[in-house]
Design a protein. Structure first.
Length: 514
């Protein structure tokens, strides 16, 4: 539907207009669905018993603005309008400036000023010219903090993850997906946010065709996503993109997600073309599978109608808090997992690696580097010096060991296969329960593998001593805590095995003495 030029008369009351996203609304209906994420309710205009001029001024101004501005902007304006009109029922000097001086939000006066001036210049009746002239001259201070409070305050609940927390999320999510306790869509969403740091609304806008593969000059595959941009004023749905390179692990998982989406639809509609299948959302709404016929599918496939809401994806990732059940070594509580924390982590780690605000803004897809500057001003060293004493305290929290402790080789899954033995060149430490090929570096990498079966009386202390000595050596050579901490999760896994062995031996001794 083309943009409707309003004449602001009663003849427009039944006219349907299209929001910037393509969703149709009727001017005098109260529920306006502006896109898949934003629905505004204008019933307050009637409930507040406004005079007709004020009522029509607000409604017609909004009707024009929804054709030009993003849904999130309109939602913010409706909140500010309702806040003002709930206290004062018309726009004039005496009311407006009194409200502005005590407004709930320092941003509301500026939002409403822009809205009133916009409507007045359109020629909509409902505000006095003298009031408008005074409004033009008055400047409201928004006192907006252009910063990221969880990052600035080093918030351990909502701020960036520590390296160990992030490693645990990656390891546990893969383990849970492999076991089937975390479904593919949830795992794919988690990995997407963890690697790209994009906003939920950007993830929900992605279509299958946005995932692309190319070759480098050396013939090496390069995987990337054309991520739709958001927050650029006046842009339409999927109008601007930012190419985001991803690694092969995420690419493979997203290809599985794509296959699942395509196959689910093809069960219902067998003749959908590849071109239309590629227009499907990477994370579709449940509405996709309720479409009555292919004609409806084709009519809706280009817009955001069949995309999951960003709030759905945020909940999907937040639900990983319970599904993964990771204990934070910094709080001793269940680790709070949200898309925004991954975004904060990428920004923080980029600053720790020496990138400036402009580069971080590009990495996180900010339009300017104002907010990104927060990361460069707050680069705390959240990597602790891990020694034996600290490892003993953190090991139970880190839960880095996911294998099964056994008494000896006779209890091993492959106990009759000498090739399953894991050793450090001096002594046997345990058994590998996997029948497949493994390229991991034994024995240290084995301690974080769920297929590893350490033996109760093996010299696991030797492995711990080696890792701690290697950590100190790397610290002395590089002086870089991030490089030094690369094996911290392995250290904690070995420490946990040692603790479990001690507990088991103590239990056996007590039982024998009874």
């Amino acid at each position: 539907m083309k943009q409707v030029v309003l004449d602001f008369t009663s003849s427009q009351k039944s006219k349907a207009i299209a929001a910037l996203s393509g969703y149709e609304v009727k001017i005098y209906e109260d529920i306006w669905v502006l896109d898949k994420d934003v629905t505004v309710n204008l019933s307050f205009l009637s409930e507040l018993h406004l005079d007709n001029l004020t009522h029509d001024f607000v409604r017609f101004t909004l009707a024009d603005r929804i054709q030009k501005y993003m849904a999130g902007t309109i939602k913010g304006e409706c909140i500010a309008i309702k806040d003002y009109l709930s206290e004062f029922n018309s726009f004039n000097n005496a009311y407006f400036f009194k409200w502005a001086s005590s407004s709930k939000s320092s941003q509301y006066p500026n939002i409403l000023k822009s809205f009133v001036l916009y409507g007045f210049h359109l020629g909509i009746h409902g505000v006095d010219k003298c009031f408008v002239e005074d409004l033009k001259e008055y400047s409201f201070s928004s006192n907006r903090r252009m910063t990221l409070i969880p990052v600035e305050d080093n918030d351990v609940i909502n701020g960036p993850f520590s390296d160990l927390e992030l490693e645990n999320i990656m390891a546990r999510s893969l383990e849970c997906y492999t076991k089937g306790t975390v479904p593919l869509e949830q795992y794919a969403a988690l990995l997407f946010f963890a690697q790209t740091g994009r906003r939920g609304i950007q993830a929900s806008d992605i279509k299958i065709k946005d995932l692309q593969e190319s070759k480098s000059k050396d013939g090496i595959p390069v995987y990337y996503i054309n991520v739709p941009r958001r927050k650029q004023r006046g842009q339409k749905f999927r109008e601007i993109f930012n190419k985001t390179v991803i690694d092969q692990d995420l690419w493979i998982v997203l290809q599985l997600q794509i296959s699942q989406v395509r196959q689910s639809l093809l069960k219902k509609f067998k003749n959908v073309s590849d071109g239309n299948l590629n227009k499907l959302a990477l994370f579709p709404s449940s509405k996709l599978y309720k479409i009555p016929d292919e004609r409806t599918l084709i009519n809706q496939i280009d817009g955001d109608f069949l995309h999951a809401q960003s709030a759905y994806l945020s909940r999907l990732v937040s639900n990983c808090t319970q599904a993964l059940a990771i204990t934070s070594e910094r709080t001793g509580e269940l680790l709070n997992i949200t898309p925004k924390r991954f975004r904060h982590t990428i920004g923080t780690n980029s600053a720790r690696e020496g990138y400036g605000a402009r580069v971080i803004a590009e990495i996180l897809d900010h339009t300017t580097d104002v907010v990104a500057g927060t990361y460069t001003k707050n680069t705390p060293d959240i990597v602790e010096r891990l020694d034996r004493a600290l490892a003993i305290q953190l090991a139970p929290l880190a839960q880095a060991f996911s294998g099964v402790l056994i008494r000896d080789e006779s209890e091993a899954t492959r106990g009759d296969d000498p090739a399953s033995r894991v050793n450090n060149g001096k002594s046997n430490l345990g058994s590998c329960g996997s029948y497949g090929f493994c390229s991991a570096s034994a024995p240290v990498a084995c301690y974080t593998c769920q297929q590893f079966q350490p033996w109760l009386h093996a010299p696991h202390e030797d492995v711990l001593n080696y890792l701690l000595e290697e950590r100190d050596r790397i610290q002395a050579v590089t002086g870089d805590n991030r490089i030094t901490s690369v094996n911290d999760r392995l250290i904690l896994a070995v420490t946990e095995v040692i603790q479990r062995c001690e507990e088991k031996n103590t239990f056996d001794c007590e039982r024998e003495s009874v």
